[in-house]
Every structure is written in structure tokens, then in C-alpha cells.
Design a protein around this ligand. Structure first.
Ligand SMILES: NC(=O)c1ccc[n+]([C@@H]2O[C@H](COP(=O)([O-])OP(=O)(O)OC[C@H]3O[C@@H](n4cnc5c(N)ncnc54)[C@H](O)[C@@H]3O)[C@@H](O)[C@H]2O)c1
Ligand SMILES: O=C(O)C(=O)C[C@@H](O)[C@H](O)[C@H](O)COP(=O)(O)O
Ligand SMILES: [Zn+2]
Length: 353
């Protein structure tokens, strides 16, 4: 077992342990006082892992209920959020009880937001079952739902009480869903760790636990410095200003990981245009994403992309902080006015191809 400790507004452990799904009840029992657990999952994960987690919780004397949403980003919305809150009220969940997010980033973000707001805060535990959730969304306490107006526009910072990562669950992922998680892994290498980047050239499965652990350590180190996203945490948003716009433009048909992959190429391209890194950096970014069969180009026009980019949470008044690369393994933040961002996007898309 690898254990990574996080010190934030709530301290907690990330336990990376093969087979730990069967120990969920025992582990959750160690961090919460109540004995009522509501498992939130999606329609795909329910068929694969719900019974195992329910049985484990029952063995540890938990009463369990489950709330199942349809798989996919479209469930991360206000309607499912309200349905979940009504369900928790109907089941008389109390502040000492626990919500268990069993699934990918969609389940985790929605459950976290419900846990933060139901009764003004009940415990929640993340059990990530996608690579993306294991390396990124289960850690750090960003919770959110999408609004009609855009991605992740309602949410709050609310840390889980425990993250339990059983990499065995990643074996049932479709190859394209595994690749979507690799987009965030590639992000960590690009912004913070050249050595991690190099490891991604070797087969991933034999080193999966080590890779997950390194990613969550990088995220932990950043979150411990800036839990509330006012400074260095914004580095974790590399590729996301354009990525979120691509997701929104596609009506959430293009997944987060794929959209972020394209966003990272365009951010790298902007870094080259601004003289901050060499052409080879952009080439390496494209090569690494292609290695994992991730997209590197978009058909959306600058006109289409710019609108949603203005809703970025790194915006303050008329400026947006844009995350650029210095080299693979090092990034920084540059403030741009909305007009400068508009011009930059037109420029980088103008010669796309
Ligand atoms: N809070 C954060 O810090 C943070 C970080 C990154 C991404 N996110 C959010 O995470 C979401 C994307 O997460 P995701 O990529 O996990 O998407 P997802 O939750 O939609 O899962 C992707 C697909 O994989 C299926 N699935 C999950 N586990 C499986 C398993 N073990 N075997 C087979 N199928 C499985 C799901 O049913 C779904 O169809 C986005 O909404 C994004 O905004 C949040
Ligand atoms: O944890 C963070 O901070 C991140 O930015 C991680 C991102 O991968 C993630 O997609 C996050 O949800 C984006 O946040 P947002 O603030 O741009 O909505
Ligand atoms: Zn992301």
C-alpha cells in the first residue's frame, strides 16, 4: 500500500492499494463516526463494483443506500444535484454519516458538492475508478456541477475524509477512457515533473501505482500551498481554459480528458508564439498525446472557442491568468486581457494544422 497524506482544511490520506475495494468498509469506519453510508455511483460502475463496496460496508456494520446516476458528463448538472440532495434528506442522512463517491470524476465532483452543501457539510470519501479520478479529481477538494452557461460553474472547495484508490478497477476501463486519464497524467509531467514525463514513454501498466502516486503527490504539494486556487494551484489548470470551452461547445460529447489534450497543445503553441519555450516543446507535447491516442487539433473556430473561455475561473475583471509552458516540466502563469486572449486564440488557430 502507498499512502499519501494531505494537509488542508481537512487532513486526509490517499491510500493506493490493490484490492482495497473489499476493505472499503473497514477503512471508512476508521475515519467517520456514523454508520450510515450513501454510495453515489453511475450506471456503468454500479454493475461492476457496487456490490463489492456495499458488502464491505455492511461487514463493517454500515447501513447502506445507493444513488445511481446515468454515466457521463451530462449527469453532472443541477437536476441530478437536487435529486441527490432530496434523496439524502429522504434517507435521513445526518452530519456524522458519509457519502461514498464510487466512480469517475463526474460522480466525484457531484458527490463532493452534495456532501459540502447537504446539512452544510457531511463527510465524503472518494473511491476513484477511472485513471482521471485516481490521479486528479479525487484529490484536492474541488467539487462542481456544470451550469447551462458552462463547465464547473457552481461548486466549492470541500475536502474528502479519505481517498481509496484500488488500481485493479482501472483494468475494466475502455482503452479510450484510460487514455483520457493519461491526458491529466501528461499534464502533471508537463507542468511539474520532467522525470515523470520520461516514464510515460515506457509501458504504463507495470508502473501504474507508482504513476498514480507521483501524480497525487504533485497535486498534494500544490494544494497544500494554495488550497483555494488563488496562485500556484492554477498551474493544474494548464490546457483547461481552452479545454473547458471545447467541452462546452461540443455539448459535452467531447470528454474532459480529450478536450484538455487539445487545450494543452494550443497552450503549448501559445507558449511558443510568445517566445517562452522552443518549438521542440510543442512537438514533444503532440508526440506524447498521440502516443496515448489523444486528439491534438480542433475544428472549432476561434470565434466559437472564445465565448466560453471568458467564463474561466482564473478571470478577474478584464484579465485572465493563462498557464504557459517554459519547458516540459515547468510552467508559469501570464495575465492577459480579454482582448489579448482573443487575439492569441485567433493567432494560434489561424495556422493550426
Ligand atoms: N475536481 C477535480 O479536481 C477534477 C479534476 C479533473 C477532472 N474533473 C472532472 O472529472 C470529470 C471527468 O472524469 P472521468 O474522466 O473520470 O469521467 P467519468 O466520470 O464520466 O467516467 C468516464 C467513463 O468511465 C466509466 N467508468 C468509470 N469507472 C469505470 C471502470 N472502472 N470500468 C469501466 N468503466 C468505468 C464511467 O461510467 C464513464 O462512462 C469531468 O467532469 C471533469 O470536469 C474534476
Ligand atoms: O484541482 C485543480 O485545481 C484543477 O484545476 C484540476 C483540473 O484537472 C480539473 O479539471 C478542475 O476541475 C478544473 O477546475 P476549474 O476550476 O477550472 O473548474
Ligand atoms: Zn482536468
Amino acid at each position: 500500500m502507498i499512502c499519501v497524506e494531505v494537509k488542508a482544511s481537512r487532513d486526509y490520506e490517499i491510500r493506493i492499494e490493490s484490492g482495497s475495494l473489499k476493505k472499503a468498509g473497514e477503512y471508512i469506519g476508521q475515519v467517520v463516526a456514523g454508520r450510515h453510508a450513501v454510495i453515489v455511483t453511475d450506471s456503468t460502475v454500479k454493475e461492476l463494483y457496487l456490490d463489492t463496496v456495499e458488502e464491505s460496508l455492511s461487514r463493517a456494520s454500515f447501513q447502506t443506500d445507493s444513488f445511481v446516476i446515468p454515466s457521463g458528463e451530462k449527469s453532472k448538472d443541477a437536476a441530478h444535484y437536487i435529486q441527490l440532495l432530496e434523496f439524502l434528506a429522504e434517507k435521513t442522512v445526518t452530519r456524522s454519516d458519509v457519502l461514498v463517491a464510487l466512480g469517475g470524476g463526474v460522480v466525484g465532483d457531484l458527490t463532493g458538492f452534495a456532501a459540502a452543501t447537504f446539512l452544510r457539510g457531511v463527510h465524503f470519501v472518494q473511491i476513484p475508478t477511472t485513471l482521471l479520478a485516481a490521479v486528479d479529481s479525487s484529490v484536492g477538494g474541488k467539487t462542481a456541477i456544470d451550469l447551462q452557461a458552462g463547465k464547473n460553474l457552481a461548486g466549492c472547495f470541500y475536502q474528502p475524509s479519505l481517498v481509496l484508490c484500488d488500481c485493479e478497477t482501472l483494468k475494466s476501463l475502455k482503452p479510450e477512457t484510460f487514455s483520457e486519464g493519461m491526458a491529466e497524467v501528461i499534464k502533471y509531467g508537463a507542468i511539474a515533473d520532467r522525470k515523470l514525463w520520461e516514464k510515460l514513454r515506457a509501458p504504463i501498466w507495470p508502473q501504474i501505482e507508482e504513476i498514480v502516486a507521483r501524480c497525487v503527490e504533485i497535486k498534494r504539494d500544490i494544494v497544500e500551498q494554495d488550497e483555494f486556487d488563488l496562485g500556484v494551484r492554477q498551474y493544474l489548470n494548464f490546457g483547461h481554459t481552452i479545454g473547458h470551452s471545447i467541452e462546452k461547445n461540443s455539448g459535452y460529447e467531447i470528454s474532459h480528458g480529450r478536450a484538455v489534450a487539445i487545450g494543452m497543445v494550443l497552450a503549448a503553441k501559445l507558449s511558443v508564439k510568445q517566445g517562452e519555450c522552443g518549438e521542440e516543446c510543442l512537438g514533444q507535447m503532440r508526440e506524447m498525446l498521440e502516443r496515448y491516442e489523444l486528439p491534438t487539433t480542433t475544428d472549432y473556430s476561434a470565434e466559437q472557442l472564445i465565448g466560453p473561455m471568458k467564463a474561466d475561473k482564473k478571470r478577474s475583471g478584464n484579465t485572465v491568468s493563462f498557464i504557459l509552458l517554459r519547458e516540459i516540466g515547468q510552467c508559469f502563469s501570464r495575465k492577459m486581457t480579454i482582448n489579448e486572449m482573443d487575439e492569441a486564440v485567433r493567432e494560434i488557430l489561424g495556422d493550426e494544422g
